[in-house]
Design a protein around this ligand. Structure first.
Ligand code: ATP
Ligand code: MG
Length: 149
């Protein structure tokens, strides 16, 4: 099924701003033409919604959550960035394992399953997910998915 990626991301950010973003500003940026691609819309929605809800949840002092979309050659790169608590280096490699929660979560509740499921969904699409984070500064997750136009 054909999906306009820019329109889709724009709509999703508007929707999540209303449902989850009472205390945060959600921003969508991109450097892409309005491009119709073949992508599983439900799976993509699951992946992005999960990463954006984490970005909000782990930014207890509010701040800006950005979704940046980059279209490159034959892939789409989604960068989800926050200004939250960050993730200690020792936890970064285990984040995608079920039930793993970082040592600095404090009293923010969760089960530790969200990212394990996101990782499965990304793998199913033959994509990649990576994390960059600095404690006290913020976190950026990058999801790269192949485009078939
Ligand atoms: P849930 O299953 O409800 O999503 P969770 O949020 O704890 O629970 P994951 O989404 O799998 O579980 O995330 C795993 C862990 O990774 C979190 O517990 C947290 O320590 C860390 N984490 C994930 N996203 C962020 C983020 N944006 N900023 C800081 N830490 C994060
Ligand atoms: Mg989560």
């Amino acid at each position: 099924v054909s999906l306009d990626l820019v329109e889709f991301c724009h709509g999703l950010i508007e929707e999540l701003q209303l449902s989850l973003g009472q205390h945060h500003s959600l921003v969508f940026t991109h450097q892409c033409p309005n491009l119709n691609v073949c992508m599983d819309e439900k799976l993509l929605r699951h992946i992005l919604t999960n990463l954006i809800s984490n970005a909000i949840k782990y930014s207890p002092n509010c701040g800006i959550v950005t979704l940046n979309l980059v279209c490159q050659d034959s892939s789409a790169i989604f960068q989800i960035k926050d200004q939250g608590i960050g993730i200690p280096l020792a936890d970064q490699e285990k984040l995608f394992e079920a039930f793993h929660r970082a040592q600095n979560v404090g009293n923010i509740s969760g089960t530790g399953l969200g990212l394990a499921i996101v990782k499965r969904a990304v793998d199913l699409q033959g994509g990649e997910i990576t994390v960059n984070s600095q404690v006290g500064e913020g976190t950026m997750f990058t999801v790269t998915l192949a485009l078939s136009v």
